[in-house]
Design a protein around this ligand. Structure first.
Ligand SMILES: [Zn+2]
Length: 362
């Protein structure tokens, strides 16, 4: 979206107010729980909003439905925490790289004039990259660290999800996470990160090193932050582009895709930047694979990390106890097969997945 000066100001008011309500709601929930051991719902919080508004007049300039959207987001954060064991809801900071607010209804999209009307903000210029048909649900407005505005609109198109297609050995691919490459397929294909992305990641290391040498709180440090934010955004876009293309290809070419479940505990322990980036990148890739598979009636089969996929000979099943992380390839002492470590692992992932379909997550 391309808001004018006045609208930009209103956007930032909305970001700030929704962050304020989110934090106020979280504070209230925590305090009520600490004093009475009870949890308060977002409906109770919403009922307190009018009083809060007369206390903080500036909240009245903001779309009240967006404020209620903030309490809904808070509720969702708690649901994620309890149901999916994701992290406990945190207070939102104005320093968060991406700021957002939701517009649950009463917005208007005009595909002819390329404008979107938002309550309290008015008609905002926008590039609408495709038309949709269906019932408009919540819209979310966000801004990136470099000041680009986006809106994403959830649409209920009323279409049923396709039934999952039949799969067998010939139409299933095993995918392993690589150390050197981004992914390795059971058909022997190795997929590296694209060149432009690798270049940007290398450049990021340079910039961060430069940033870390600047004194905290100094003007020079603040100046050095801008190119870092810009590059972060570029890496994010380059990576998404690559992952969308790859996940789309894998979903088109196969009826089922077998993957290893990421070792989340191990991920958290690892503070090395490079590893952190590649783990985060892998999980966003898996997310894209999952929803694309769902959309096209394909199946994702996940095997547990406990399966020693790289140590087992995919030809004869021999267990190679002596294999170390440094061994990139090995010869099976039992059957003499020559294995590329990663491709062997990808083949095993596919085998385990197909053998134990009934025992593992699909
Ligand atoms: Zn063997």
């Amino acid at each position: 979206m391309y808001p004018n000066k006045e609208q930009k100001k209103l956007f930032f008011q909305h970001f700030g107010a929704c962050r304020f309500i989110y934090n106020w709601g979280l504070e209230n929930k925590l305090q009520t729980y600490a004093s009475d051991g009870k949890s308060i719902s977002r409906f109770t919080l919403n009922k307190m909003l009018p009083d809060l508004k007369s206390e903080h007049i500036w909240l009245k300039e903001v779309n009240s439905q967006s404020l209620q959207g903030a309490t809904l987001n808070l509720d969702n954060a708690f649901t994620h925490f309890f149901r999916e064991k994701k992290g406990f809801p945190k207070f939102k900071s104005r320093k968060n790289p991406v700021q957002s607010f939701s517009v649950p209804q009463h917005y208007n999209v005009n595909f002819e004039t390329h404008r979107i009307k938002l309550p309290k903000i008015g008609w905002v210029k926008a590039k609408l990259h495709r038309e949709y048909e269906g019932i408009e649900k919540t819209a979310t407005v966000s801004v990136t660290p470099t000041g680009k505005f986006y809106i994403s609109i959830l649409v209920e198109d009323g279409q049923e999800q396709p039934v999952a297609q039949h799969f067998d050995e010939n139409t299933t691919v095993g995918v392993d996470v690589g150390i050197k490459d981004f992914a390795i397929l059971s058909n022997g294909e190795k997929i590296d990160n694209p060149r432009n992305l690798k270049k940007s990641i290398f450049r990021m290391k340079v910039l961060q090193r430069r940033l870390s040498r600047k004194q905290k709180g100094s003007n020079n440090r603040n100046k050095a932050k801008k190119p870092v934010a810009k590059l972060h955004e570029k890496i994010h876009n380059q990576r998404n582009d690559f992952q969308h293309k790859l996940s789309f290809r894998l979903v088109c070419e196969n009826q089922a895709i077998a993957l290893e479940t990421l070792n989340v505990a191990g991920m958290l322990k690892n503070h090395r930047l490079a590893q952190h980036i590649s783990d985060a990148s892998w999980s966003s890739f898996v997310t894209k694979l999952e929803y694309k598979a769902q959309r096209y009636g394909k199946t994702i089969i996940r095997i547990g990390r406990f399966e020693p996929s790289s140590r087992i000979c995919s030809k004869c099943g021999y267990y190679n106890r002596d294999l170390t992380l440094a061994d990139r390839d090995w010869i099976c002492p039992d059957c003499g097969a020559h294995h590329d470590r990663d491709i062997n692992a990808a083949i095993n992932i596919k085998k385990f997945a197909l053998d134990k379909q009934n025992l593992i997550g699909i």
